[in-house]
Design a protein around this ligand. Structure first.
Ligand code: KG4
Ligand code: ZN
Length: 339
C-alpha cells in the first residue's frame, strides 16, 4: 500500500509545501520572502504576514505539480518547531484546518529531524542514503549541532553551539562586509576566487563536541577594523580573500568537531544537513577529509539543504509508518526539543 503525505514548512522565512509518495518526491514548492532583504535579517512580523499570503497558493501549486488531488492525501505533516512562533502558527493552523476538513491524520514534525532526514528523500532512483547509525552535522541559520542518528525516529544531539550558529556567523560577518542577506551564499561565491590563508581569525577552544562562533565574529570585526584603519579600501580590495579566510575558519571549526565525534563514537557514516550544508567549501573539505579518513560521506542535494517542505513530508512518512500521529490541540513551539 502506498502512502501519500502533504508536508508544510513555515518555521522561518520560506513558505513551502511538498508531496511525497512513499519516499519519492512528487513536488516541492518553496516561496522565499524577499521582503527581509532590505532589513538585513528576518523580521518576524513580516514573515508571518507573508506566510499568510503564500500558504494557500503554495499548497495548491504543490498538489498540482504532484498531479495529486487533495483526496489522495493520507496525512498532513507540518513543522511544529523550533522556529519563529508567528511563522509556525500559520503553517500549523493551515495543516490542522486541512487535516480536520479532510478527516486525515495530522503529524507534527521537528524541523531539525526534517533537516537530518532530508537524506532519505528520493528524487531520483539512484539516490543513496546513509546507513544507521550515522553522524549528522546539522548546520543552519539557527542551529549547529552533531546528531547521532540511530533510526529515522531516534536521534540524539551529541554536541551543539553554545552561542551563535554557523549560518549566523556567515550572515553576521557578511553584514559587516556590507553584503546582502542572507550572507552565507554570497560569501560562498566570493570565496571561490579568494585566498583562504589571507587572514587567520581566532578559533575557539571549546570542550567536547560543542561549538562556539561568537569569538570568531568578534575576531572578524576587530581584524577588519584594524586593517581598515591602516588601509581605507581594505574590504573592497580584498573581498574574495576575506570571504575565503572566514569560510575556511568556519569549516575548520566544524570539521575538527566532526573528527572528534568520529573518534568518540567510532561511526564512519557521516552526513551534513541544513542551509550551510549548501556551502561548496564545506562540501569539498568534508569529501576530502572523508576520503583521507576512510569515511562514507553523504552530501544532501542543494535543494534539500535550505528550508523546504520535502524534508517535513519525509519525516511525516516515517512517522505515519510508525503510527505516530498528533492531536489537533498541540500548539507550535518556538523551542522544541527532539523526541
Ligand atoms: O536551514 P536554513 O534554510 O534555515 C534555518 O533553519 O536556519 O539555513 C539558512 C542559513 C543562512 O544562515 C544562510 O546564510 C546559510 O544557511 N546558507 C549558506 C549557504 N546557503 C545558505 N551558508 C554558507 N554557504 C552557503 N552556500
Ligand atoms: Zn532549517
Amino acid at each position: 500500500m502506498s502512502v501519500t503525505i502533504l508536508g508544510i514548512e513555515s518555521s522561518c522565512d520560506d513558505t513551502s509545501a511538498a508531496v511525497i509518495r512513499d519516499q519519492f518526491l512528487l513536488s516541492n514548492v518553496i516561496s522565499s520572502q524577499d521582503v527581509h532583504k532590505q532589513y538585513g535579517g528576518v523580521v518576524p512580523e513580516l514573515a508571518s504576514r507573508a506566510h499568510q499570503a503564500n500558504i494557500v497558493p503554495v499548497v495548491d501549486t504543490a498538489l498540482r505539480n504532484a498531479g495529486v488531488t487533495i483526496s489522495e492525501i493520507d496525512a498532513i505533516a507540518y513543522t511544529r518547531g523550533p522556529g519563529l512562533l508567528g511563522s509556525l502558527l500559520v503553517g500549523s493552523s493551515f495543516a490542522k484546518g486541512a487535516a480536520l476538513a479532510l478527516g486525515v491524520p495530522l503529524i507534527s514534525v521537528n524541523h531539525l529531524q526534517g533537516h537530518v532526514l532530508s537524506h532519505f528523500i528520493k528524487d531520483d532512483p539512484t539516490a543513496v542514503h546513509p546507513s544507521f547509525p550515522f553522524l549528522c552535522l546539522l548546520v543552519s541559520g539557527g542551529h549547529t549541532q552533531i546528531m547521532l542518528v540511530r533510526s529515522p525516529m531516534e536521534m540524539d544531539i551529541v554536541g551543539q553551539t553554545i552561542d551563535d550558529a554557523a549560518g549566523e556567523a556567515f550572515d553576521k560577518c557578511a553584514k559587516v562586509l556590507g553584503l546582502p542577506y542572507p550572507g552565507g551564499p554570497v560569501i560562498d561565491k566570493l570565496a571561490t576566487d579568494g585566498n583562504p590563508e589571507f587572514i587567520k581569525f581566532a578559533k575557539p577552544n571549546i570542550p567536547d563536541l560543542d561549538f562556539s562562533f561568537s569569538g570568531l565574529k568578534t575576531s572578524f570585526l576587530y581584524t577588519l577594523r584594524d586593517r581598515l584603519n591602516a588601509e581605507q579600501n581594505f574590504i573592497n580590495e580584498h573581498l574574495p580573500d576575506i570571504c575565503a579566510s572566514l569560510q575556511q575558519t568556519i569549516i575548520e571549526i566544524l570539521l575538527s568537531k566532526v573528527e572528534q565525534a568520529v573518534r568518540k563514537y567510532r561511526i564512519k557514516e557521516i552526513a551534513i544537513a541544513g542551509g550551510v550544508a549548501a556551502n561548496s567549501g564545506l562540501r569539498n573539505a568534508l569529501q576530502l577529509l572523508g576520503h583521507k579518513k576512510g569515511w562514507k560521506v553523504y552530501l544532501p542535494r542543494k535543494q534539500f539543504t535550505t528550508d523546504n517542505a520535502a524534508m517535513i513530508a519525509i519525516v511525516g512518512y516515517y512517522s505515519y509508518l510508525a503510527g505516530k500521529t498528533s492531536p489537533l490541540d498541540e500548539p507550535p513551539l518556538a523551542r522544541l526539543p527532539l523526541g
